[in-house]
Design a protein around this ligand. Structure first.
Ligand code: EPU
Length: 411
């Protein structure tokens, strides 16, 4: 899908939806619940639709009305996960952990997702091996099978990884006891642990160490509310600072301490309470951003803040330390006339210079969102191609933008 963004001054209230990166593992973990799962505040994004199709393929019943989803696992069946949806998105790999616990095997396409670097899954695979499995990869199909039966395990992840931490926990839930060290849980991953505890799994997290002890799981209805999406909230906040006057509601600002403090210290016109952010058009001092694991600066906000450097006086510096190919926005800025010096995964940008927006092509979800902000700020009509990437992760973005006065035409 291609869009044309017309010059606008966004004003008003934006209500933040449920977090993409919390919803995806939860949906994949939902098959571990014996019975039904009721999820509220589920974002209507294409990654969620893809996971729902995978659940239906497994003969789960999924009813999705508004932002509430009811999943019924009564007829759940083992099936190979060789659907296009599995290779289109990244989060489908959380089905592997759930499958190993339920069926001791899994056959699935290697995960897809945004192309933001090499994104190996070696830490996941090593954890599965440590839990008694073996695997083979042939023509992009990953097959995992049980090599030995173990009832207890003590493993340490070879990489601090959000995905591997959740997947290792999901796969360990069939053991009697397990300790997993070197884990990494961001707020969205912590929510996955809370959800698993609601199902009845006895999971304790102490710093970066997870301990699990088996106990009987009862049949019952599990109810769960998804936490607000911190990336969506900050995207709208940056839009307000660039060119508008926005009140962002239903946010958990405690999960955004580092990015919010950077903006406040730089002198941007931003204020916030526990659940609300007010962001108004303003200039700030130059910023320095180095992405890191939580509670560090989130990589998912790096390109969004990259656009904000256009309103930062002086030279700002951005360093990407999580993914090795997530700098596309700076090449776009450079081609639009902004003074950007890009070196590997870092970039220095001289702010407050004039630039000439052109036609852009979104390469991934956050890059697409950053392009949208750039287009709205540019003051001239801008075409963005491949906008579908943005629909993977921003709930109802076209209507939300319309409600704050941003004019977008679908071409
Ligand atoms: N890594 C490995 N080996 C592994 C796993 C990861 O080397 O086995 C590396 C990755 O290549 C990367 C780093 O470790 O360089 C961090 O990867 P991690 O596993 O922590 O991230 P992820 O699970 O692939 C999730 C989110 C991302 C988000 C990151 C970091 C989902 C579906 N994806 O990715 O979300 O950027 O955590 O917070 O939850 C997005 O929303 O735009 C997005 C990309």
């Amino acid at each position: 899908m291609d869009i044309k963004v017309l010059s606008s001054v966004p004003k008003g209230n934006v209500y933040i939806s449920g977090a993409k990166n919390a919803t995806i593992p939860l949906l994949c973990a939902s098959i571990l619940a014996k019975g039904r799962v009721l999820l509220r505040n589920v974002p209507r994004i294409s990654d969620v639709y893809d996971i729902c199709n995978i659940l239906r393929h497994l003969e789960c019943r999924v009813a999705f009305k508004g932002h509430t989803m009811l999943i019924d696992n009564t007829n759940l069946k083992y099936k190979p996960l060789l659907l296009d949806e599995c290779r289109r998105i990244r989060g489908s790999y959380y089905f592997i952990g759930s499958f190993l616990t339920l069926f001791s095997k899994c056959e699935i396409w290697l995960p897809g997702g945004c192309k933001i670097g090499s994104r190996p899954i070696d830490a996941h695979l090593k954890a599965f091996i440590d839990l008694g499995y073996q695997y083979k990869i042939e023509e992009d199909i990953l097959t995992i099978y049980k090599a030995k039966t173990i009832s207890k395990a003590g493993i340490s992840l070879i990489k601090k990884s959000v995905g591997a931490s959740i997947n290792a926990v999901l796969a360990a839930l069939c053991l009697d006891e397990c300790v997993i060290e070197n884990t990494l849980f961001e707020p969205e991953g912590l929510e996955a642990l809370d959800f698993l505890r609601k199902i009845g799994f006895n999971i304790v997290l102490d710093k970066d160490r997870v301990t699990y002890k088996k106990n009987p799981i009862a049949f019952r209805l599990i109810k769960h509310n998804i936490i607000p999406d911190r990336m969506e909230a900050m995207t709208y906040a940056v839009l307000g600072l660039l060119n508008g006057d926005l009140t962002i509601r239903r946010v958990d600002t405690a999960a955004l301490k580092v990015p919010l403090e950077i903006l406040r210290e730089a002198g941007f016109n931003i204020s916030y309470t526990a659940s609300e952010i007010i962001a108004k058009k303003s200039y700030g001092k130059n910023i320095y951003i180095k992405t890191g694991i939580y509670p560090g600066f989130p990589t998912d906000l790096q390109s969004i803040f990259g656009v904000l450097t256009l309103k930062s006086l002086g030279t700002s510096k951005i360093e990407e330390c999580i993914f090795n190919d997530r700098m596309q926005i700076y090449y776009d800025l450079r081609e639009s006339g902004v003074d950007c010096v890009i070196e590997n995964n870092s970039c220095e940008i001289s702010g407050v210079a004039s630039f000439r927006a052109r036609e852009y092509v979104a390469c991934d979800l956050r890059h697409g969102a950053a392009l949208l902000l750039l287009a709205i700020y540019s003051g001239e009509p801008v075409i963005i191609r491949n906008f579908d990437f943005v629909l993977r992760g921003y709930d109802d973005i076209l209507n939300k933008m319309k409600s704050i006065g941003v004019k977008i035409q679908i071409i």
